[in-house]
Each structure stands twice: as C-alpha cells, then as structure tokens.
Design a protein around this ligand. Sequence first.
Ligand code: C2E
Ligand code: MG
Ligand code: MG
Length: 620
Amino acid sequence: MQPAYLPFNETQRLEALLELHILDTPADPQFDSFLAVVAESLNVPIATFTLIDEERQWHKAMVGLPARFQESPRASSLCAHVILAPDETLVVEDARSDARMKASPLVSGPPFIRFYAGHAILDESGFAVGALEIIDHSPRTLSDEDRTMLARFSRHASSLLRVHKLSYALRMQREVDGLTGLGNRLAFNRILEDAVARAKTDIAASLVGGKVVEGKLPEGLALLSVDIDGFKKVNDVHGHGFGDAILKDVARRLRNAIRGSDRLLRLGSAEFAILMAGPFLVGEPEATAQRIHAAFVTPFEMDDLTLQLNLSIGVALYGEQADTPVMLLQQAHRALADAKQAGPGQIRTTRDGAAGNLRSDRRMEEDLRNAIETEGFSIYWQPIVDLRREELHSYEALARWNRPDHGPVAPSTFIQVAERGDLMMAIDKVILRKACRAAASWTDTTGVSVNISPEWFLAGHLPDIVADTMRETSLDPSRLRIEITEGSLIRDFSRALKDIEALKAIGVQVTLDDFGFGLSSLSYLTEFPFDIIKLDGSFARHLRDNSRAIAVAQAAIELGHKLGIKVCAEGVEELWHLEFLEQQGCDLAQGYLFGRPSPIPQVPGRWGKAKSAGSTIAAA
Ligand code: C2E
Ligand code: MG
Ligand code: MG
C-alpha cells in the first residue's frame, strides 16, 4: 500500500487531536449507536469512526469488525488519504484494482475490503482529525444521494467530538482539587472503580494463562489511605493561608515518593489516597508507605517556621476480603484507623491486624531459618559502571528470596523480619559465600560487592569470616567489596574501625553504602579508610528540586576526591541525573539507567563499549 503524504498542517492537526482527549478512551454508547445508524442508512456491513494519530489509525467506534482491528498502522490506512482532502469523499469501488490498496492484507485477507468510502471528520477549528468510513465485501458504487448522506454524517461526527471535548473539560473541572491540582474525591471514585475492574480482569487472565509476570505476584491493586496527623491544629494556629501552602508541599512530597504509575488524589482537607496498580512484589505497597514516611523526615520550613508533620498510613490490598471499590476503601479506612490508634506516624495493613502481623512474622521467620539451612536465597546482580572509563566497574550482589508457597518477597520485608529474629548475619554469610563462589567462576576479574548488616560490628567476626570465605572460594580478595551502612559505624565506633582495618589488611575493599540518607556525617569519611562511598538513591531523585541534595552531593564528591575515595551515585534512573553527576566529576554510578538487578549479570545497557564480562558469567 502507498502511504499517504502528511497534511501540510500535520503538527497543529496532531495537537488538535490530542486536545480532544479521545484516543484510547473506552467505548462510548453515543458513538456506537451513531455508527450503527450510519451503517444501516448506507446499507454497509462495516463502518468505522476513525482517528488518525501520529503513527496509527485508531477506531473510536466500529461496526462489523472484531476488536483486533481497533488499531492499525497509519501507513497502510486509506483514512490517512481521506484527511488530505477534507472536503471530498474518497471512494474506492473495487480495492483489488486500486493502486493504493490492492497489496493490502485487509484486501487479500479479513475483512476482505472491496468497496470503501470515507469522508473527513473535522474538529471545531477545522482540522481533519479522522474519517467516517464505510466498507463492503463486494465491489459497488456510491450514489450521489449516499455521497451527500456520508458527508452529512461526518458533520454529525464532528459535533459528537465537540460534545466529547466539552464533557471532558467539565469533568476535569469537577474532578480537580483547586489547591493541589490533584484529582479530588469524584475523580477518585471513578478511578477506583476502573482500577478494581482492571485488577479483576488482570488476575483472571493471569490465572487462566497460568503465568505470572516474572518475579512478581498478581496482586492487582493496593490502596493507601494517607492522613496528616494533627493538621487541624496547623490551620487553627497558623491560619488557612499557611495550611494551604503546607498542603501544596505535602502533595509535592507525596508525588515524589511514589512510582510514576501510581495515582495520587486528595480526598479531604488532610486526607490523600494513593492507588498502586500491580503486579508488584509482596511488601511493595508497604515499602511505598515507608518511602513516604522517609519523605517527611525533613521538616517543612515556611515563613520562618519549622514544622514537623507525621503521616498515618493505612494500606489495603485487593483480594478476597476486598474485591469491590467499597470494600477496598473500607479496608483502607480500617487500616488507617488502626494506624491512628497506634499513635502518630504509623503504617498499618489490613491483611494482618497487629496479632496477625506477629503470627505471620513468626511463620516467615521459620521459613527464613529453613532458607538459611538450605542456602535457599538467590542473588540478583546489578552493574556498577565507571563513568570516566565508560565501562563496567563491578556488580552488586542483592539478596532475593522466593518464599516457598508464597512467592518472591521484597528484600525490605524479609530483612526486617530477619533483623527481628537475629538472622541477618546468617543470611549475609550465605550471600557472601554464594556471591564469592559465583565471582570466582567468572572468566574475568570483575569486582563484586556484598552488603553486610550492622549486627556484625557488635557481635560478629567479620574479618575472620571474610578471610575463610576467600580461602574456601579461591576468590582474589581484591575483587571483593564489602558494603556497610552508617548504622554500622555508630553502634561501636572503635570496633567498626578495627574490623574495617582488618578487612583492608586482607586486601578487601570497603564501601560506605547509602551515604546521606540517615545520619550522614561527612566526618565519617575522614575517620574511616573507605575505598568507595555510595550516595543514597534518594539524592538522585531530589537533585532537581532540592538544593540541599545538590549541596551534599557536591560536598561528598569533593571531599571524597580530596581523600582519594571514589564516589558512586545510586538510583540513577534518568539521563539528566547522569549528566549532572558527570559534570560534578562523580566516579561511579548504579541504577536502572544502566541496568536493573537481574538473575544473570547483564552488561550495562548504556555502555555499548563496556567490556562484555556478563556474557561469560554464569548465574549464581
Ligand atoms: P542497597 O545496598 O542500597 O541496594 C540498592 C537498592 O536500590 C536495591 O534494592 C536496588 O534494587 C535498588 N535500586 C538500584 N537501582 C535503582 C534505581 O535506579 N532506582 C530505584 N528506585 N532503586 C534502585 P533492593 O535489592 O530492594 O535492596 C534493598 C536493600 O536491601 C539494599 O540496599 C541493601 O541495604 C539490603 N540488602 C540487599 N541484599 C542484602 C544482603 O545480602 N545483606 C544485607 N545485609 N542487606 C542486603
Ligand atoms: Mg548496597
Ligand atoms: Mg545503597
């Protein structure tokens, strides 16, 4: 098929189309019944209400075509020809002898197009955004009368578009919270309903297909109900103007703490809701709630006032007990009430009341003990890249646990339970051994980083264990990096210093992980002989809008360089993060931009020239 030329006003035409907010919207009975009238009046088996997007034709309504035809490439559509001459009707009496169409699969195969007529549909400014099309399976002509009728119908189609645009604008007005620009309770009701319906079909599909997205559970939907503790008092004491300014900032912090695909809405004065669509890992909604809490650790500063706010968060999960919008909302409110009752700044999930929580923790602890016995953890590898050399630097080994009869559990969840049960050192030992064994089997000398929990510096004999593991696995110690967090240093300062020095004496490198996240003192850098410091991933996220994040990142890089310590940025997701870090002279980087943690070490995506260690490396 010969593709059509682009209309001379294509850019504006596409803008006009987008402003209609109609692409990919669900079926609309108004459009469907209009099209049924068109097909019947013009006596054709097939009719479509078609819009021409940048790359595709998309049917808002169809008569006589199965759903798989809803969208097809623009290059092979006749409609793209129709919009070039908006005042004329394009008629093809027999597609088999039409130069544009005869080679089209729609002619040689279903729906076996022979006769075609199309007339442009204009928006209110006169842009030809699509066409009204009629199609028949046998060749025929279009009478003058029918030609006039098709043109008239296409004008009617234009007015349908106007009505659609108007009702969209009205809905937006009704559904937006004027203060924060977020969706309001009306929007929430509609979005919640759609989300529950989608969760239902997604779960049904994954059960029927017997397949679940790799590493994820088909938990279709989570609803987080968020309330600012004591907000009424803020309004009472400081006035509504001040309260409004705080609310805007609260909305901004919430938005930064959630995933791009999560929906944030404002339901009441101090009440927000977050809808997370699955699939996600067990514990991921709770991890989001924790991330939100972390975003409120920094006090609000406004009008010379410093204000610390706490959030109560209730988490409800779509499931047997909550499979309708009303039930899910009730569950979220119940969890929020539980959280409030427990005091300010608490998170509760409905899945488990407090007692249930304890019981399920105990069971998880038991399963963790078994996993330690059987080395039942796996390792996901995430590349760390050298920004100067533009090559792979090393891999970080991240623990993963596929809990028997439950599926994958988020590290933040099982680590919390393991910490409570004093199991972290045992888990670290398993991961250390597995990671070193795997690295020793690689055909090159790429480095490997292993995370070590703070307990070691109170009760463990880390240097001895590491030395034993080096002997047992025959890994060259210079390839191993031990990652510790600041929490390890404060428990017993001199003990930590002694252990770190002993590790370095064996030839192992030491990395300070998550720098700047919690306690952050630049003085640690001068007092401990670190080889690498890793800037916590939250920095990357805040580089754009937080001058403190920029200042700390710059200071850490500068001080690191003065002390001969390499600086690694974590959580690098966007190109502009990378550009900023390169400008600042950051040495190393890790994040989704280069590669997600994966069961087999992958060569970092952005560095084509990176040496291809991954290809020769076997999975752990
Ligand atoms: P970490 O050591 O700071 O590891 C980096 C975490 O950030 C990993 O999460 C990784 O998946 C995630 N990440 C990496 N790149 C990006 C990115 O671009 N964007 C975002 N949003 N996240 C990114 P993960 O695997 O969930 O691990 C969480 C934490 O659990 C680790 O943080 C580490 O402190 C701990 N951990 C993992 N494995 C072990 C272990 O074997 N022993 C100990 N003690 N702790 C471990
Ligand atoms: Mg780490
Ligand atoms: Mg980290």
